[in-house]
Design a protein around this ligand. Structure first.
Ligand SMILES: [Zn+2]
Length: 90
């Protein structure tokens, strides 16, 4: 899948926690992706990191494949056509 995983501070939701009173937030991973012009994001839960990062890596691998195919196709388009061998007359 397309997306970016990055570290971001979040509030835990507990009123008694320091983060609720403007204190340091809890570091957590977030997945963000722009889909159809709309930004969508979601926290990556504990134990999900490997799975989510693997999904993003698969997208990057696919993109590399598209780039490699584009390069090959560009070379094919730019290649000179093979001239047929002309036979000598007589
Ligand atoms: Zn907190």
């Amino acid at each position: 899948m397309r997306g970016t995983v990055y570290l971001r501070g979040r509030k835990c939701g507990r009123r008694s926690c320091a983060c609720a009173a403007g204190g340091p937030r809890h570091p957590g991973l977030q997945l963000t992706v722009n889909l159809g012009g709309k930004s969508r994001s979601r926290y990556v839960r504990h134990g999900e990191r490997e799975k989510v990062e693997g999904m993003v890596k698969a997208y990057q691998g696919l993109w590399q494949l598209v780039n490699a195919l584009t390069e090959v196709n560009l070379e094919l388009l730019n290649a000179r056509p093979i001239k047929p061998i002309k036979r000598r007359k007589g």
